[in-house]
Design a protein. Sequence first.
Length: 237
Amino acid sequence: MRIRGLFFSLFVLGSSLAVAEEVLPKAFVDGNGPGWKALGEKDFVDVNGDEETWVFKDGIIFCTGKPIGVIRSKQEYTNFELVYEWCHRKSAGNSGSFVWVPEEALVDLPPNKLPSGGIEVQVLDHGYATRFKERTGKDSDWFTTNGDVFAVGKSTMKPFEPISPNGRRSFPRKNLSKGVDQWNHYYVRAINGEVRLWVNGEEVSGGNECNPRSGYLCLEAEGSPVEFRNLRIRQLP
Protein backbone atom coordinates (compact mmCIF):
# COMPACT_ATOMS: atom_id res chain seq x y z
CA MET A 1 0.00 0.00 0.00
CA ARG A 2 2.82 2.38 0.83
CA ILE A 3 4.51 1.62 -2.51
CA ARG A 4 1.24 2.23 -4.37
CA GLY A 5 0.81 5.49 -2.48
CA LEU A 6 4.34 6.52 -3.38
CA PHE A 7 3.80 5.80 -7.07
CA PHE A 8 0.49 7.69 -7.00
CA SER A 9 2.15 10.68 -5.35
CA LEU A 10 4.95 10.66 -7.92
CA PHE A 11 2.40 10.45 -10.74
CA VAL A 12 0.45 13.43 -9.36
CA LEU A 13 3.68 15.40 -8.88
CA GLY A 14 4.83 14.62 -12.43
CA SER A 15 1.45 15.59 -13.86
CA SER A 16 1.50 18.86 -11.93
CA LEU A 17 4.98 19.69 -13.18
CA ALA A 18 3.93 18.92 -16.76
CA VAL A 19 0.94 21.25 -16.45
CA ALA A 20 3.16 23.93 -14.93
CA GLU A 21 5.57 23.63 -17.86
CA GLU A 22 2.72 23.97 -20.35
CA VAL A 23 1.38 27.17 -18.83
CA LEU A 24 4.79 28.69 -18.13
CA PRO A 25 5.05 30.75 -21.38
CA LYS A 26 1.64 32.40 -20.86
CA ALA A 27 1.80 36.01 -19.72
CA PHE A 28 -1.03 38.43 -20.35
CA VAL A 29 0.73 41.69 -19.59
CA ASP A 30 -1.56 44.72 -19.78
CA GLY A 31 1.09 47.41 -19.38
CA ASN A 32 -0.14 48.70 -16.04
CA GLY A 33 2.04 49.06 -12.99
CA PRO A 34 5.27 50.77 -11.96
CA GLY A 35 7.41 52.05 -14.83
CA TRP A 36 4.83 51.67 -17.59
CA LYS A 37 4.07 54.65 -19.83
CA ALA A 38 1.26 55.13 -22.33
CA LEU A 39 2.33 56.02 -25.89
CA GLY A 40 0.20 58.53 -27.78
CA GLU A 41 0.36 61.04 -30.60
CA LYS A 42 2.93 63.20 -28.79
CA ASP A 43 5.32 60.23 -28.72
CA PHE A 44 5.43 59.61 -32.48
CA VAL A 45 6.70 61.35 -35.60
CA ASP A 46 5.42 60.73 -39.12
CA VAL A 47 8.14 59.47 -41.45
CA ASN A 48 6.66 59.13 -44.93
CA GLY A 49 2.87 59.19 -44.80
CA ASP A 50 0.14 61.65 -45.76
CA GLU A 51 -1.84 63.76 -43.29
CA GLU A 52 -4.67 61.22 -43.40
CA THR A 53 -2.53 58.08 -43.08
CA TRP A 54 -2.35 58.12 -39.28
CA VAL A 55 -5.06 59.60 -37.04
CA PHE A 56 -5.01 59.51 -33.23
CA LYS A 57 -8.55 59.76 -31.86
CA ASP A 58 -10.39 58.55 -28.74
CA GLY A 59 -7.50 56.36 -27.66
CA ILE A 60 -7.19 54.58 -31.00
CA ILE A 61 -4.59 54.98 -33.74
CA PHE A 62 -6.37 54.74 -37.08
CA CYS A 63 -4.24 53.89 -40.12
CA THR A 64 -5.52 53.94 -43.71
CA GLY A 65 -2.58 51.82 -44.86
CA LYS A 66 -1.75 54.24 -47.67
CA PRO A 67 0.80 55.20 -48.69
CA ILE A 68 2.96 52.35 -47.46
CA GLY A 69 5.31 53.62 -44.77
CA VAL A 70 5.77 54.11 -41.03
CA ILE A 71 5.55 56.44 -38.08
CA ARG A 72 8.38 56.26 -35.56
CA SER A 73 8.82 56.96 -31.87
CA LYS A 74 10.38 60.30 -30.96
CA GLN A 75 13.01 58.57 -28.87
CA GLU A 76 15.16 55.50 -29.31
CA TYR A 77 14.86 52.47 -27.04
CA THR A 78 17.25 49.69 -26.06
CA ASN A 79 15.81 47.35 -23.42
CA PHE A 80 12.05 47.48 -22.94
CA GLU A 81 8.67 45.79 -22.75
CA LEU A 82 5.91 46.87 -25.14
CA VAL A 83 2.22 46.02 -25.23
CA TYR A 84 -0.43 46.97 -27.75
CA GLU A 85 -3.62 45.74 -29.34
CA TRP A 86 -4.31 45.68 -33.06
CA CYS A 87 -7.28 45.03 -35.32
CA HIS A 88 -7.44 44.71 -39.09
CA ARG A 89 -10.51 46.27 -40.71
CA LYS A 90 -10.16 44.48 -44.05
CA SER A 91 -9.53 40.85 -44.90
CA ALA A 92 -5.95 40.07 -45.94
CA GLY A 93 -4.68 43.22 -44.22
CA ASN A 94 -0.92 43.60 -43.69
CA SER A 95 0.83 45.68 -41.04
CA GLY A 96 3.32 45.36 -38.21
CA SER A 97 5.55 47.03 -35.70
CA PHE A 98 9.31 47.45 -35.84
CA VAL A 99 11.77 47.54 -32.96
CA TRP A 100 15.37 48.72 -32.98
CA VAL A 101 15.11 50.60 -36.28
CA PRO A 102 18.37 52.54 -36.90
CA GLU A 103 18.12 56.22 -37.75
CA GLU A 104 19.79 55.78 -41.14
CA ALA A 105 16.96 53.44 -42.20
CA LEU A 106 14.44 56.27 -41.74
CA VAL A 107 16.21 59.38 -43.02
CA ASP A 108 14.69 60.69 -46.29
CA LEU A 109 12.53 57.57 -46.62
CA PRO A 110 10.12 58.25 -49.51
CA PRO A 111 6.42 57.30 -49.51
CA ASN A 112 5.65 53.66 -50.36
CA LYS A 113 8.94 52.49 -48.88
CA LEU A 114 9.57 50.65 -45.60
CA PRO A 115 12.67 50.95 -43.40
CA SER A 116 15.74 49.01 -44.52
CA GLY A 117 16.55 48.02 -40.95
CA GLY A 118 15.02 46.85 -37.69
CA ILE A 119 13.21 43.78 -36.38
CA GLU A 120 9.65 43.40 -37.62
CA VAL A 121 6.89 41.95 -35.48
CA GLN A 122 4.32 41.12 -38.12
CA VAL A 123 0.62 41.98 -37.90
CA LEU A 124 -1.06 39.98 -40.67
CA ASP A 125 -4.69 39.00 -41.18
CA HIS A 126 -5.57 35.37 -41.92
CA GLY A 127 -7.16 36.41 -45.19
CA TYR A 128 -3.66 37.11 -46.51
CA ALA A 129 -2.84 33.39 -46.42
CA THR A 130 -6.22 32.53 -47.96
CA ARG A 131 -5.64 34.96 -50.82
CA PHE A 132 -2.14 33.59 -51.36
CA LYS A 133 -3.50 30.05 -51.71
CA GLU A 134 -6.25 31.18 -54.09
CA ARG A 135 -3.64 32.90 -56.24
CA THR A 136 -0.95 30.20 -56.21
CA GLY A 137 -2.87 27.02 -55.50
CA LYS A 138 -0.67 26.13 -52.51
CA ASP A 139 -0.13 26.99 -48.88
CA SER A 140 2.57 29.48 -48.05
CA ASP A 141 5.79 28.18 -46.56
CA TRP A 142 7.51 31.56 -46.20
CA PHE A 143 5.09 33.43 -43.92
CA THR A 144 2.33 32.82 -41.37
CA THR A 145 -0.49 34.99 -40.07
CA ASN A 146 0.09 34.33 -36.37
CA GLY A 147 3.07 36.45 -35.37
CA ASP A 148 6.25 36.08 -37.44
CA VAL A 149 9.33 37.90 -36.13
CA PHE A 150 12.21 38.68 -38.49
CA ALA A 151 15.03 41.08 -39.31
CA VAL A 152 14.64 43.41 -42.30
CA GLY A 153 17.21 45.05 -44.55
CA LYS A 154 20.67 45.33 -43.05
CA SER A 155 19.60 44.25 -39.55
CA THR A 156 20.28 40.69 -38.44
CA MET A 157 18.68 38.24 -36.00
CA LYS A 158 19.05 34.56 -35.12
CA PRO A 159 15.40 33.37 -35.17
CA PHE A 160 13.93 30.98 -32.63
CA GLU A 161 12.47 27.72 -33.95
CA PRO A 162 10.37 26.91 -35.83
CA ILE A 163 12.13 28.75 -38.63
CA SER A 164 11.02 29.61 -42.17
CA PRO A 165 12.69 27.66 -45.02
CA ASN A 166 14.93 30.62 -45.89
CA GLY A 167 16.15 30.74 -42.29
CA ARG A 168 15.16 34.38 -41.71
CA ARG A 169 11.82 34.22 -39.90
CA SER A 170 10.82 32.89 -36.52
CA PHE A 171 7.46 31.21 -37.06
CA PRO A 172 4.96 31.00 -34.16
CA ARG A 173 4.77 27.76 -32.20
CA LYS A 174 0.98 28.14 -31.96
CA ASN A 175 -1.68 29.79 -34.10
CA LEU A 176 -3.34 32.24 -31.73
CA SER A 177 -4.22 35.34 -33.78
CA LYS A 178 -7.85 36.34 -34.25
CA GLY A 179 -9.35 37.34 -37.60
CA VAL A 180 -10.52 40.55 -39.21
CA ASP A 181 -12.50 43.00 -37.01
CA GLN A 182 -11.26 41.29 -33.83
CA TRP A 183 -8.74 42.80 -31.43
CA ASN A 184 -5.46 40.99 -30.81
CA HIS A 185 -3.01 41.58 -27.95
CA TYR A 186 0.77 41.65 -28.44
CA TYR A 187 3.36 41.72 -25.69
CA VAL A 188 6.91 42.28 -26.95
CA ARG A 189 9.96 41.94 -24.74
CA ALA A 190 13.25 43.27 -26.14
CA ILE A 191 16.31 42.82 -23.92
CA ASN A 192 20.03 42.64 -24.72
CA GLY A 193 19.51 41.87 -28.40
CA GLU A 194 16.74 39.33 -27.82
CA VAL A 195 13.12 39.81 -28.93
CA ARG A 196 10.24 37.65 -27.75
CA LEU A 197 6.57 37.92 -28.79
CA TRP A 198 3.47 36.85 -26.87
CA VAL A 199 0.22 36.68 -28.90
CA ASN A 200 -3.00 36.91 -26.90
CA GLY A 201 -1.24 35.87 -23.73
CA GLU A 202 1.13 33.15 -24.90
CA GLU A 203 4.73 33.27 -26.11
CA VAL A 204 5.03 32.15 -29.72
CA SER A 205 8.13 33.49 -31.53
CA GLY A 206 11.26 35.62 -31.38
CA GLY A 207 15.01 35.66 -31.85
CA ASN A 208 18.33 36.70 -30.37
CA GLU A 209 21.73 38.04 -31.43
CA CYS A 210 19.96 41.02 -32.98
CA ASN A 211 22.06 43.74 -34.54
CA PRO A 212 21.51 46.59 -33.97
CA ARG A 213 19.91 46.18 -30.56
CA SER A 214 18.86 49.78 -30.04
CA GLY A 215 16.77 52.14 -32.14
CA TYR A 216 13.31 53.52 -32.85
CA LEU A 217 9.92 51.87 -32.58
CA CYS A 218 7.77 52.06 -35.72
CA LEU A 219 4.18 51.28 -36.66
CA GLU A 220 3.61 50.19 -40.23
CA ALA A 221 1.14 51.17 -42.92
CA GLU A 222 1.08 48.55 -45.66
CA GLY A 223 -1.90 49.07 -47.91
CA SER A 224 -4.86 48.19 -45.72
CA PRO A 225 -6.79 49.84 -42.84
CA VAL A 226 -5.63 48.77 -39.40
CA GLU A 227 -6.12 50.12 -35.88
CA PHE A 228 -3.93 50.11 -32.77
CA ARG A 229 -4.78 50.88 -29.16
CA ASN A 230 -3.42 50.66 -25.62
CA LEU A 231 0.24 51.12 -26.60
CA ARG A 232 2.31 51.09 -23.45
CA ILE A 233 6.05 50.75 -22.87
CA ARG A 234 8.32 50.13 -19.91
CA GLN A 235 12.03 50.79 -20.27
CA LEU A 236 14.38 48.30 -18.64
CA PRO A 237 18.03 48.56 -17.53
